[in-house]
Write a protein that binds this ligand. Structure first.
Ligand SMILES: Cc1ncc(COP(=O)(O)O)c(C=O)c1O
Length: 400
């Protein structure tokens, strides 16, 4: 009898965390590694949010809370949904968890039975398929392509849906590609979903605020109000508010689903950190003034990375609408050999050689389900990005 569970044997550890750890290991050993693999902003959490946390501690708000969030934060989420998307939710339709990750996981745990399928467009955020597997469901991967800038088409979605489909997971702007769906592109997908009333929508709007060149974010229940009854709108404060360590995410959806998610959370972790919840109230209710200047910085970095990588023969790098990632293709480099004599057969070979021979850490595309590509996170200083891109340029030029 195996000690570890069969479910766990189907799941792999997060490759992004593994790559970041490998880069940290080399750095600790004295190597001048530039890490472009971590998915978190290099900005500090805004001061007003930190102050709200300090005030919460001083006021003794340090005890257990309701398992899926304090009423004040649930109300702040309702207000945000109304203000930003015109969507009406009551606090009973809101769940707050320990990061966006936990709310997504709770929803899958609360709904999936063996045999249930979940459609996930690739490239995907690494955790979606593994969370589905942990919850006992079956991920169904719908491949996109470079030709559509990694956006799923209506035909591709239609082809992936079966009578067993329970959820469609949607993520725009996307991790790992940065691709953001316009209203028309999203409407093409919601039209497909309207023809399949048994399919629910789990939309992960984590990168909502990180959008450039006038891109207008939209979320499925806003684009197709008839989907409201079967949509879970997920979001969190981690990325836009530079609060990755505070661990607060939230979701809004039908009350029955939210109650089921509460049951999962109340028997596993209970409430997210009380102090972080008060900080998140300030993040949502307080000034949003820092978002625009942060986006100016992110856009400048995106443009720097896209232009430097696009100069490389063998790499093609679309310009993404949002998030802080680019996802270049290395199709033109497959089959080449590195100065150390390593043959590049896959994007994992490329990323490994780039780290070992050029001291730049990126994440290989296979981790996100679409190859041959790699993901660059440009949430780091302009100087580090410029140097990293220079190293990538000379590494690629040295391939034979
Ligand atoms: C698309 C996407 N969703 C959710 C998350 C999880 O966010 P959190 O740190 O709030 O759990 C991430 C984090 O990398 C992400 O990229």
């Amino acid at each position: 009898m195996s000690f570890l569970s069969e479910t766990l044997s189907r799941v792999k550890p997060s490759p992004t965390i593994a790559m970041t750890a490998k880069a940290a290991e080399l750095k600790a050993a004295g190597r001048d590694v530039i890490g472009l693999s971590a998915g978190e902003p290099d900005f500090d959490t805004p001061q007003n949010i930190k102050d709200a946390a300090v005030a919460a501690i001083a006021a003794g708000k340090t005890k257990y809370t309701a398992p899926d969030g304090i009423p004040e934060l649930k109300q702040a989420v309702c207000d945000k949904m109304k203000r930003d998307h015109g969507l009406n939710y009551t606090p009973a339709q809101v769940s707050v968890g320990t990061g966006g990750k936990q709310t997504l996981y709770n929803a899958l745990m609360a709904t999936l039975n063996p045999g249930d399928e979940v459609v996930i467009p690739a490239p995907y955020w690494v955790s979606y398929p593994d969370m589905v597997l942990l919850a006992g469901g079956t991920p169904v991967i719908a491949q996109t392509s470079l030709q559509t800038n990694f956006k799923l088409t209506a035909d591709q979605l239609e082809a992936a849906i079966t009578p067993k489909t329970k959820w469609f997971i949607f993520n725009s702007p996307s991790n790992p590609t940065g691709a953001g769906y316009s209203k028309a592109e999203l409407k093409a997908l919601t039209d497909v979903l309207m023809r399949h009333p048994h399919v629910w929508v789990m939309t992960d709007d984590m990168y909502e605020h990180l959008a450039y060149d006038g891109f207008e974010f939209c979320t499925p229940a806003q684009v197709e109000p008839a989907l409201y009854e079967r949509t879970l709108t997920c979001n969190g404060v981690s990325k836009a508010y530079a609060m990755t360590g505070w661990r607060i995410g939230y979701a809004a959806g039908p009350e029955k689903l939210i109650a089921a998610m509460r049951k999962v959370q109340s028997q596993s972790t209970s409430n997210p950190c009380s102090v972080s919840q008060w900080a998140a109230v300030e993040a949502l209710n307080g000034t949003q003034a820092f978002l625009a200047p942060n986006n100016v910085t992110f856009k400048r970095r995106r443009d720097l990375v896209v232009s430097m990588l696009s100069e490389i023969e063998g790499i093609s790098c679309p310009v993404p609408e949002g998030a802080f990632y680019v996802y270049p293709s290395i199709a033109g480099l497959i089959g080449k050999t590195t100065p150390a004599g390593k043959l590049i057969e896959t994007d994992e070979d490329f990323a490994t050689a780039l780290l070992e021979e050029a001291d730049v850490a990126v994440v290989f595309g296979a981790a996100f389900g679409l190859s041959p590509n790699f993901r660059v996170s440009y949430a780091t200083s302009d100087a580090a990005l410029e140097e990293a891109c220079r190293r990538i340029q000379s590494f690629c030029a040295s391939l034979t």
